[in-house]
Ligand binder design. Structure first.
Ligand code: 0X9
Ligand code: ZN
Length: 443
């Protein structure tokens, strides 16, 4: 997206009189940004490329994975399917759809699961030229995200700072835009903290846009009474891209690769560890795969990956953090722990607070609130670890679309950005309203 967006923002900022430039109010840029998204969307409508249709030209893409549909009666069967190495993506009444490596297919049959349908993923990988395909240029790649974060930090240097919480397996920095009126960078504070992070999973590009544009919106509206109150009383952390290596890889050839994991080169040559199975909480148990070729490979050990280690270090240092959202796509859900076991959170006060917060945020977004393991049990995710180890009220959001295939699945196009961002701003603002006292949510 950068050229249009950055030119617009730069033009806007530099066309202001000097006195106004030192003023913190820059609200039009958010709307301009959304307008640019809309503009790109209209442009995109004229590009005659089928979004997820079979594309003969891309038959040369080497990918050993299949899009499969498998009969599954309930969450227990779904967990078992997950453990064969299938990455479950859509859940219907009696079956699931998801991604399975070719080695997973015989395991599914051995375990007695019926594969109703399988289509080579390579036949669904659309062909484009470079970077995000032109019709998705509104999405931010890594450099474009950094440019936005930098400009936010520079233009709001009294209350915002940008620093890296660590490097990825390929050496990219994992950036955190911190909004705090008292401290900068990695310094500690006693103010209650809220964290918004995106893109644990590479192909879930919309999960970058939500925290990134939330940061833009917050700083442009910094003088609104409620926003100002949060900025001055809370410690706000926005980390839009936890897995930049994977995100860049997914768009690197101009053909979406449907990549999920990080870019760890496993000893057997298979690429990637699923960062949302790599956290050290019931690690490697239910719903995690130990096959390196699987999309849900949990890694050789808990916190084996620099990306999850960076999040661990960051969270452990800032024990003032009480609330967290980890954005993912897709299905339109607000998920709360536990995810690794079917039992509910044991502590009654916490459980009630989790449910109350999830319901409220579901109402604000139009999403559905659920305990994570109602989908399937999966161990080693961010939120179970954050709550289980640190007591953080941590939620997984599955953003749009709701249904998958015909709405574009992981690649729903720029048309969903504006609406998704706007309703998620409401949910994020609500979360900040209870960050000082999360239990108050249930009162
Ligand atoms: O499976 C995941 O990591 C998340 N879904 S996604 O399609 N974005 O990959 C859901 C995590 C929810 N947590 C558990 N069920 N444990
Ligand atoms: Zn995800």
């Amino acid at each position: 997206m950068s050229k249009f967006f950055l030119t617009t923002v730069a033009f806007f900022l530099y066309s202001l009189p000097l006195a106004a430039q030192s003023s913190p109010v820059r609200s039009p840029a958010f709307e301009q940004l959304l307008k640019s998204v809309e503009h790109k969307y209209i442009e995109a409508a004229n590009i005659p490329v089928p979004r997820l249709a079979k594309d003969a030209a891309s038959g040369d893409v080497k990918d050993d994975r299949y899009w499969v549909s498998v009969w599954a009666a309930d969450k227990y069967e779904r967990t078992k399917i997950l453990e064969t190495g299938v990455d479950i993506i859509e859940i219907g009444d009696n079956k699931i759809s998801g991604i399975a490596h070719k080695n997973t297919l015989p395991i599914l049959s051995e375990k007695g699961f019926v594969v109703e349908d399988k289509i080579p993923l390579s036949s669904y990988i659309t062909t484009f030229l470079k970077d995000f395909p032109p019709e998705d240029a509104a999405y931010h790649n890594y450099d474009e995200m950094i440019a936005v974060l930098k400009s936010l930090a520079e233009n709001n240097s009294d209350i915002a700072s940008l620093y890296s919480i660590g490097k990825t397996v390929e050496g990219r920095e994992i950036w955190n835009l911190r909004i705090n009126s008292s401290v900068k960078g990695d310094a500690k504070t006693d103010k209650p903290g809220a964290v918004f992070m995106g893109e644990h999973h590479a192909r879930e590009h919309l999960s970058v846009e939500v925290p990134l544009l939330f940061a833009v919106w917050l700083l442009e509206n910094r003088n609104r009474e409620d926003v100002r109150n949060y900025i001055y009383t809370l410690d706000i952390h926005i980390l839009p891209m936890i897995n930049p290596d994977g995100a860049e890889y997914d768009i690197s050839t101009g053909k979406y690769k449907w990549h999920r994991k990080n870019m760890r080169k496993n000893p057997d040559g298979n690429i990637g560890v699923d960062l949302n199975r790599n956290y050290d909480f019931r690690w490697g148990g239910a719903g995690a795969s130990h096959y390196t070729y699987s999309d849900t490979y949990c890694g050789p050990s808990a916190f084996s990956e620099p990306e999850s280690q960076a999040v661990k270090r960051f969270m452990e240092k800032h024990r003032n953090i009480t609330t967290l959202i980890s954005y993912h796509t897709y299905s339109e859900l607000v998920l709360y722990p536990w995810g690794g076991i079917y039992e509910p959170v044991e502590n009654e006060q916490d459980r009630k607070a989790f449910i109350a917060m999830a319901k409220k945020m579901a109402q604000l977004t139009g999403y559905t609130a659920k305990q994570s393991s109602d989908l399937y049990a999966a161990t080693g995710d961010t939120c179970d670890w954050a709550y289980g180890e640190l007591g953080t009220f941590a939620f997984t959001f599955e953003l749009s679309p709701k249904g998958g295939w015909y709405s574009g699945g992981f690649y729903p196009g720029p048309g969903v950005i504006e609406n998704t961002v706007k309703k998620n701003i409401d949910a994020a603002m609500y979360l900040m309203s209870v960050t000082a006292d999360p239990h108050s949510a249930a009162k």
